[in-house]
Write a protein that binds this ligand. Structure first.
Ligand code: FA5
Length: 338
């Protein structure tokens, strides 16, 4: 028995020495220490020994078993440590590498100009109002002193949805909606999207306007001139030349168009100002008495001025862009410049 035990120990050690992988060590473990392994079968044979030998033989087998177990555990731990180290070195994160940048969006140039205009007028005590883009013919035209078949309707080529409903061609209907619901004194601007059947380098079928109006007792054309001059100087700089030209709008009387010196060519004439040296950016005038009557204001008691400006035009001038259609092509190479 003793001899068999010694042989078995030596064989096991030899096999362990020859084991180069965790799996082969586990095989050796099963072969010698498993439930049906060599050591287990030796222990089973103890019963057949004479009683006086059993104790020492049992002790010797247990000793051999413990040693073998220790050797195997040591080897297995060695393999596990090695595996862990390999895994860690593969998963190593280089915290000195630069992070992935999140590309930030930015406000569209039209939105930037809109925000700046709102800021200037808010500073002058104007409220901000909004109105629907799908509008009734009544608010877009009739209440603004443009009855059906009025020739001036042709000035704004309209997208009709049906006889009474259309896409608003300007922000002026917001004047009516606000005045119907509020009493003077009023100082309001109304920015928004408008639609016309128009398309060339200075016209797009969808564009943005800001309407502004002020109504109270004793509002005069000099208030209009003062406020618009101040506004344009804040927007384009104190030295920008401005001119007021007589004009016509059915909803204002008298009416004016306001030009600024072309900021692209500085007045010498270019394709944007069509050689004139001036750029029209605003329509304005004193609110027509018929419009005041339509919202049940007494034109003898109240007067007011109104104006409407095209935001894209202003963005073109501020950023020196010579084709308005660029704003709506959504080319990121263009938009990222602002
Ligand atoms: C009007 O729309 C009037 N409602 C403005 C107004 C308001 C006058 C209150 C008096 C009192 P007009 O059609 O001129 O006016 O347009 C105003 C501005 O919108 C123009 O000066 C121009 O800057 C801009 N605009 C007009 N059509 C287009 C277009 N197709 N694309 C881009 N901008 C345009």
């Amino acid at each position: 028995m003793r001899e068999r035990l010694e042989n078995l120990q030596q064989e096991a050690l030899k096999e362990l020495e020859g084991s180069s992988t965790k799996e082969s060590v586990l095989q050796v473990k099963a072969k010698y220490l498993g439930r049906k392994g060599e050591i287990a079968s030796l222990l089973k044979e103890l019963g057949s020994l004479p009683p006086e030998e059993r104790k020492t033989a049992g002790e010797a087998i247990n000793l051999a078993k413990n040693r073998l177990e220790e050797d195997i555990e040591k080897l297995l731990k060695g393999f596990e440590d090695k595996e862990k180290a390999e895994k860690l070195s593969k998963e190593k994160v280089d915290i000195t590498l630069p992070g992935r940048t999140i590309s930030l969006g930015r406000a569209h140039p039209v939105s930037q100009v809109m925000a700046q205009i709102e800021e200037i007028f808010s500073g002058l005590g104007f409220d901000i109002a909004e109105g629907p883009e799908v509008e009734l013919d009544y608010y877009n035209f009739e209440a603004l002193n443009l009855p059906k078949n009025h020739p001036a309707r042709d000035m704004q080529d309209t997208f009709y949805i049906n006889d009474e409903v259309l896409l608003r061609t300007h922000t002026s209907p917001v004047q009516i909606r606000v005045m119907e619901n509020r009493k003077p004194p009023l100082r309001v601007i109304a920015p928004g999207t408008v639609y016309r059947r128009d398309s060339d380098i200075t016209h797009t079928p969808m564009f943005h306007q800001v309407e502004g109006f002020m109504v109270d007792k004793g509002v005069t054309f000099s208030n209009l001139k003062g406020i618009l001059t101040l506004f344009l100087h804040r927007l384009f700089g104190e030295n920008t030349a401005i001119r007021f030209r007589p004009s016509f709008f059915p909803f204002t009387e008298p009416s004016a168009e306001i030009d600024i010196r072309c900021v692209i060519c500085k007045g010498s004439g270019c394709r944007v100002c069509k050689g004139s040296g001036w750029l029209e950016i605003l329509g304005a005038g004193m609110i027509h008495p018929e419009v005041l009557k339509a919202v049940k204001y007494d034109p003898e008691e109240y007067t007011g001025f109104a104006f409407g400006l095209g935001i894209e035009r202003i963005a073109m001038l501020k950023f020196g862009i010579d084709d308005l259609r660029l704003f709506f092509e959504n080319d990121l190479r263009f938009l990222r410049q602002f």
